[in-house]
Design a protein around this ligand. Structure first.
Ligand SMILES: O=C(O)CCC(=O)C(=O)O
Ligand SMILES: [Fe+2]
Length: 226
């Protein structure tokens, strides 16, 4: 599934020195295409909002989610906020939902001995023993404000994002932006089939996807966990 042309060494060095790296052309083209097809056509998406605001009912159709977005923007003025669509891969596989969905195979691959060995080699952290995953779809106007990915009940060593928005352009928004003291220190544009990887905890955000973005910002993301 991972590109055969990937030379890990320079990325390992950059990751250990800077704590973050973006690797282009990460998956084999055919794997990226197939996963993207699944994300676009087969995944039963749900709205992801702050848990204390759990939205009732079905996902609003694109263009009919204006009220939801306006309310989230108002709350974002006051504190941490996010809106995007997600599919919880770990829970879905565990609960036997959506049999035959390609994402189940992806989750199994991410937890295969081969991929865990790859995480050890790339990060130098041999304590990593599992990879969590969720699929995400940021449509126009979606965002995820600053947070650091630390969790009380999970030992997250690194966060990863496999980006599957086609032909992504810098002016389409949806950038993964790293922050220090409230200022941006580095920005990763979510280019097609790139892997963004960074040490946790680290402040970061996903900026608003532009109204003129010609694709949705699809991704598979999660954590390399100890
Ligand atoms: O999609 C991204 O680039 C980052 C997503 C993220 O920060 C998260 O889901 O915690
Ligand atoms: Fe995050």
């Amino acid at each position: 599934m991972i590109s055969n042309e990937l030379d890990i060494e320079p990325w390992r060095t950059q990751l250990s020195q800077r704590g973050r790296v973006q690797i282009r052309d990460f998956l084999q083209d055919s794997a990226a295409d197939r996963i993207r097809e699944c994300l676009e056509h087969d995944v039963p998406w749900e709205v992801s909002q702050r848990a204390d605001l759990a939205l009732e009912g079905p996902l609003p159709a694109p263009g009919e989610d204006g009220a939801l977005l306006r309310a989230a923007y108002a709350r974002a003025r006051e504190g941490f906020e996010f809106v995007f669509d997600r599919y919880r891969m770990v829970e879905a596989l565990r609960d036997g939902r959506d049999p035959g969905l390609l994402l189940h195979v992806v989750l199994e691959f991410l937890n295969s001995p081969q991929f865990i060995a790859f995480t050890h080699e790339l990060t130098g952290d041999r304590g990593i023993r599992m990879v969590s995953a969720m699929a995400a779809r940021y449509r126009q106007g979606h965002f995820l404000n600053a947070h650091n990915d630390s969790a009380k009940d999970e030992d997250r060593a690194f966060a990863y994002v496999i980006n599957l928005g086609r032909g992504w352009q810098p002016d389409w928004g949806g950038q993964l932006q790293f922050l220090e003291g409230g200022a941006d220190i580095e920005t990763f544009v979510p280019y097609w089939n790139s892997l963004s990887l960074f040490r946790v905890p680290q402040m970061h955000q996903v900026t608003l996807v532009s109204p003129w973005a010609r694709d949705d910002r699809y991704s598979i993301a999660g954590w390399f966990r100890r």
